[in-house]
Ligand binder design. Structure first.
Ligand code: GLY
Ligand code: MN
Ligand code: MN
Length: 443
């Protein structure tokens, strides 16, 4: 049996979406397909985030149809899902079937997924508008549904004359995390922070990157997280300068820093945390100088996170601190304002300072206020969650002090915007030089 869900949360989200649709409009969302790995093995199934946001339903082969209220006709939420199948359930496990799913998840109706096409022709008859993920995998099917409706034109039935993208409406909703989502994200961050602590404790010169990855995965799973939210980066020494390093197969060497970017997915929500630490438990002097610089950049970015402040402020604050530090440490020469204006800091800091975080690790939502002509950076609002992830990556180059070569550092936390500022969800992962060294030097 599946665990009970709080159906009211998802019904509330459906109601909020329905309230934004024209009377009688129909919206359709489908969950993600299962993906074959090879032969009859499949990749671990992951539902579609939009579908899950509106249903809480995690079985594959499912779709949601919403019909907006129209005059006396009330709004309807209709689930399409797999039928009960004792034979398949012996092999693959429990499936709700339409009737149990309707009752458990609070839909008005539920039907077998195999009936979707024929029922859509009826549901779209005389509907003024159809909302779905325009340009996605439903396009061909939508064309078939519209043909089926138009085939009934002689009886006076009309097909929707408007097709609209449903995703921007959902992106805006998903961008502001409700209390239920915030609680899950806090727990995902806590589990992930414990995983980073576990990896730090397991570190010693000579340990392989994959051995540390194993510690992370162990901590995720033993706490009930379903999967990593993304492929963990465990990068020792010079590998930390490869931004999307994924091999995780090298041995560490005494004196290396190890950069770990890893977070779990818990109940559909991601954590995204990076810590960088000395594999032998003690930062060298050059490592410490660069580390303190990245930490100061992150502190400056945190100060730029509060309701009403622009999203881009955190990046600008971090860049200013990093660029000044690059001058102070002799990585760059010249004037601070020139370095910032010409983006010369990108020699050592070539990515943004964060992104929205939620169901997807790079979550949905506009970063700019697209309702204004000049599309300024949008103002932060309570309930938004951003990552703050400054870094520095020093590849050998002429004029760059050799003591910094091959050092890569990133510090990444997950930050919830609150009514009076922000909360760092991932604060349990140690971060200061003193805290990291103390943790790693404990017997
Ligand atoms: N782990 C992906 C990122 O930091 O954006
Ligand atoms: Mn990130
Ligand atoms: Mn990350």
């Amino acid at each position: 049996m599946a665990a009970a869900v709080d159906a009211g949360i998802y019904a509330g989200r459906r109601a909020r979406l329905l309230a934004q649709l024209p009377p009688g409009a129909v919206a359709v969302l489908q969950t993600a397909p299962e993906v074959t790995r090879n032969a009859d093995s499949e990749y671990l199934y992951r539902h579609d985030s939009y579908f899950y946001y509106l249903t809480g339903f995690t079985e594959p082969e499912a779709a949601l149809v919403l019909v907006a209220a129209d005059g006396d006709a009330p709004a309807r939420a209709i689930l399409f899902c797999r039928e009960k199948n004792i034979e398949r359930e012996i092999w693959e496990g429990y499936r709700h079937g339409p009737e149990a799913a309707r009752a458990a998840f609070g839909f008005d109706e539920a039907h077998a997924i195999g009936t979707l096409d024929e029922r859509m022709a009826a549901l779209l008859s005389d509907a003024p508008a159809l909302y779905y993920a325009l340009g996605g995998t439903l396009d061909v099917r939508v064309a078939g549904w519209l043909s089926a409706v138009r085939a009934k034109a002689r009886t006076g039935v009309t097909a929707p004359s408007v097709a609209a993208d449903v995703l921007p409406l959902l992106d805006e909703m998903r961008l502001i995390k409700d209390a239920h989502e915030q609680a899950i994200m806090q727990r995902a961050a806590d589990i992930s922070a414990q995983a980073h602590i576990r990896a730090m404790r397991a570190a010693r010169a000579g340990v392989h990157e994959y051995e540390l990855e194993a510690e992370l995965l162990y901590e995720f799973r033993r706490n009930g997280a379903q999967a990593p939210a993304y492929n963990a980066i465990v990068a020792a020494g010079a590998n930390a300068c490869v931004l999307h390093y994924s091999a995780n197969n090298a041995p560490s060497r005494d004196g290396d820093l190890v950069l770990i970017d890893a977070g779990c997915e818990l109940d559909g929500y991601a954590a995204d945390i990076t810590r960088t630490f000395p594999v032998n438990g003690t930062f060298s002097a050059p490592q410490k100088r660069l580390y303190e610089l990245v930490l100061a950049a992150q502190e400056a970015a945190f100060k730029a996170i509060a309701p009403g402040l622009p999203y881009a402020g955190a990046h600008e604050a971090a860049v200013r601190v990093l660029a000044q530090g690059m001058l102070d440490l002799g990585l760059l020469k010249g004037e601070l304002e020139d370095i910032i204006a010409a983006k010369r800091y990108t020699q050592f800091y070539m990515h943004g300072t964060g992104h929205w975080l939620g169901m997807d690790v790079h979550d949905v939502g506009q970063y700019r206020d697209v309702t204004q002509a000049d599309k300024p950076s949008r103002a932060l609002q309570p309930g938004m969650v951003v990552t703050v992830e400054p870094g520095i990556y020093v590849r050998p180059a002429e004029g760059v002090p050799e003591e910094y070569w091959h050092i890569g550092i990133r510090i990444e936390d997950d930050v919830l915007v609150t009514a009076d500022g922000h909360t760092v969800l991932s604060a349990a992962a140690p971060k200061t030089v003193a805290d990291i060294e103390q943790l790693m030097q404990q017997p």
